[in-house]
Design a protein around this ligand. Structure first.
Ligand code: GLN
Length: 481
């Protein structure tokens, strides 16, 4: 059984009877058993998956209507609720939390007969970019297990790269889908803000985050977007995309498109291998009929500071509910007064979440808000104005997804500020609500490099067409696992 197939190939092969959902799913589970001790992509695995696959095979045999996923095994970042399954956010705080309902993306995929093969490891509450802040231990990069896979959706990226599933859903607040996709050689997508419902996604910074797919191919991302986008009465930030078909015209090409090269994102400090991959991608796009020209987004230099100020503020408010009274782990109140009780409850948070909560209490507080939070909001609106201006001239923007290559596990864990800087190229899409994609483009020293394309809001379809065109120009080596 070949597990190295795309989502679209899987659908085709199940439909024409070359493979059965049961065989594919049970081989996938065997694969997880044999490699996941080394990689730690999963926090939990669905032990009912084979039964679910059998049910789907039965439906196929008897000619009943089958959903578009035909039993495809998909991993889900462990911050999305699947009814009756644990959803830990990779935190000790939610160690025993069993979700009482399905996230909208989950119910949509259930209707399409997807199988949720397991919950993927992540940085605790999605705060981080290496997966080292998981309370259950880091995931490892399948290209070289001494290296970080990126994060916070690291488990998602690893599971796709290591053929432990066909595709995954992650969440991207400041790069958490695109960064691990880039580091593990997947396609990673952050849609226009509001395109995918966040109902049932445990919030980190709701004003900027989105759920997004991680897949082997750009077409697979378009396929999944067709199934999970659209208005949701349970999330009033969702936008109506009028059932846009992202896959249908994906081969349209990029002839005549104008592409802006974001100057501030290929600045000093960019790794030479990342720099040369970016230049190469630009010349490939030109040879496909696009014109590329440098553009400056001056506010990018303040974007990381603004991002961490805004996200800490929202996280401080969102995570206040974990006080052991509304949510959290359980211990009796006897022997505590109010503050010491809450203090003990919060001890279940790991170091990064604790840092963000302290910061999130401080930056919007009376006397500080003007200096920090309100200033950060100004940067956000100025950056949005700048990028909107750029999109009057350009159809698309390009930059490396991450300026550096993956680094060794443990290398930067004691230096959170230098870690923050790794987000420099990804946070702009979140702060401005624009869609962005990371396309696997090169391998240097055995580690992947992704190229990022951005488009204007609701131009997701054109963005995928461009990403598809770029993807056709490369063939990466196989994961050496
Ligand atoms: N590294 C960023 C952070 O720690 C991004 C995380 C994300 O996108 N969830 O906040």
């Amino acid at each position: 059984m070949n597990l190295k197939i795309s989502a679209l190939e899987y659908v085709q092969q199940v439909q024409n009877g070359t493979i059965s959902a049961e065989d594919f799913v049970s081989t996938t589970l065997d694969r997880i058993k044999s490699v996941d001790d080394k990689l730690h992509a999963f926090l939990s695995v669905n032990d009912d998956a084979v039964n679910q696959a059998k049910e789907i095979d039965k439906k196929i045999k008897s000619g009943d209507k089958v959903g578009a996923c035909f039993g495809m095994p998909i991993s889900i970042k462990d911050n999305m609720c699947i009814k009756n399954s644990t959803t830990t956010c990779a935190s000790k705080m939610l160690e025993n939390f069993v979700a009482p309902y399905d996230a909208t993306v989950i119910s949509k995929l259930k209707q399409q007969d997807a199988i949720f093969i397991g919950k993927a490891n992540m940085d605790e509450f999605a705060m981080g970019l290496t997966t080292e802040f998981s309370a259950y231990g880091p995931s490892k990069n399948p290209w070289n297990t001494e290296y970080i896979p990126g994060g916070s959706s690291g488990g998602s990226a690893v599971s796709v790269s290591a053929f432990e599933c066909i595709a995954s859903l992650g969440s991207d607040t400041g790069g958490s889908v695109r960064n691990p996709a880039s580091f593990c050689g997947n396609v990673g997508y952050k849609p226009t803000y509001g395109l995918i419902s966040r109902f049932g996604l445990i919030s980190y910074a709701n004003s900027i985050e989105q759920i997004g797919p991680l897949t082997r191919t750009v077409k697979d991302t378009a396929f999944l977007l067709n199934l999970i986008t659209g208005l949701d009465p349970n999330d009033n930030t969702t936008v109506d995309n009028h059932n846009e078909d992202y896959l249908g015209e994906i081969e349209a090409g990029i002839e005549g498109k104008k592409i802006g090269i974001i100057k501030e994102m290929i600045a000093e400090g960019t790794d030479p291998a990342v720099m040369s991959a970016t230049k190469d991608a630009i010349s490939k796009l030109e040879s496909l009929g696009a014109t590329c020209e440098e553009v400056s987004l001056d506010m990018v230099k303040y974007s990381v500071a603004a991002y961490y100020t805004i996200t800490a503020t929202e996280a401080g408010s969102n995570l206040a509910r974990y006080d052991n009274l509304r949510y959290g782990y359980d211990f009796p109140v006897e022997g505590y007064e109010f503050n010491s009780y809450i203090e003990k409850a919060r001890k279940k948070f790991g170091p990064e979440v604790t840092r963000r909560m302290i910061l999130g209490g401080f930056v919007p507080s009376a006397g500080q808000a003007g200096k920090y939070f309100l200033k950060a909001l100004k940067v956000k609106s100025k950056l949005t104005k700048e990028i909107d201006e750029a999109f009057k001239k350009f159809d698309l923007l390009i930059a490396p997804t991450v300026p550096i290559l993956p680094f060794k596990i443990g290398e930067k864990i004691d230096d959170p500020v230098s870690l923050f800087l790794v987000d420099i190229n990804t946070v702009t899409a979140n702060l401005t609500g624009k869609p962005a994609i990371s396309v696997p483009y090169a391998v240097s020293n055995g580690l992947p490099i992704g190229i990022q394309l951005l488009a204007n809001s609701m131009n997701d379809k054109m963005l995928l067409q461009a990403a598809y065109a770029l993807e056709q120009t490369v063939k990466l080596p196989e994961v050496p696992l």
